[in-house]
Design a protein around this ligand. Sequence first.
Ligand SMILES: [Zn+2]
Length: 369
Amino acid sequence: MTWHKRGCTAIWRMHRGWCDRQVTLPIVYETRHVEHQPRTEVLYGRAVAHPDRPERVEAVRRALAGTRWEAGIVAPREYSLDLAELAHEPAYVEHLRLRCAASDTEGLDGEWFPYVFGRDRSLDTGTPLQRNTLDIAWASAAMALTGADLLLEGAQAVYALCRPPGHHAAGGATGGYCYFNNAALAARRYQQRRGPTARVAVLDLDIHHGNGTQDIFYADPSVLYCSLHGDPEWAYPPHTGFAEETGERAGVGYTFNQPLPLGTDWPAYAASLDRALERIARFDPSCLVLSQGFDTFEGDRWGGFALDAEHYALIGERVRLPGVPVLALLEGGYEPANIAAGSLSLLEGLGSHEVKGVLGGAEGEVHVI
Ligand SMILES: [Zn+2]
């Protein structure tokens, strides 16, 4: 039996005093992501296989099957592309539309790459445009927007399996496999519905600095951007994410970057995470958007940190600040098995507060949380 209320689901089965308790959270999943199949990135002048493969999310979907989390899977809602302007320039959206349409004729085997930086609105040559890229990237953004709406409707924790990722996309440029900035769109959606005084914290735990998210909110004191990432001296992107970047104009003090050394392990990572969470607690946000990458997992091809599956549960538990609902969005991570293991672990942490709440509840067949 399943009851839905305030976005969360609790399933209890009582059998002669034995209780198989199941608690799950909304997990936003969109099958259309499999249509996003970038083939190539140009890396140091060489064409190499693109690492953002459908298997990244399909491995998670398979791992959820048969677990208590599977009952929480929901499809995203539909949103007008006009909402892209919450975080992106109208001219950028038009650029994506025109270049995707022309990718068959102007691209390399159906993939269009930037030629002149600045004019061609891309940070790098790793983010090709195909005919369907705009549509599928917007479907990914719709997962984040759905997550924001679920928080507004009372959910306390949501996980959206966004693909392609978003945190490298700036207001007017693609980059780092990202097209629409899912975290920024979710934050702006939350503010749009909750009111302009709503304060949103974005915690970026991908191993790469979320240059796009930082850029979008750099002068905005209503959104706090905190990031733990590989030092730009060794990690992508090489030009942003330094500790001295703290915001501009009214936004000074609302960007908090912690670049970390190669090989960072859990004790050092946890200490940095606690510093970010202390800053977020002082900010007193209405909600928290978590940009969660699994390229912090030891052995990731684009990684360099030494986290293991168990650490994502600790992350999920720590980011549950009292009274602050959390929307976790999938960002990077390029080893599908690790993304799957990390996601299951993260969900355990995100859901841990609900488990404690249910354990403390009165005896009965059903508890709705
Ligand atoms: Zn990354």
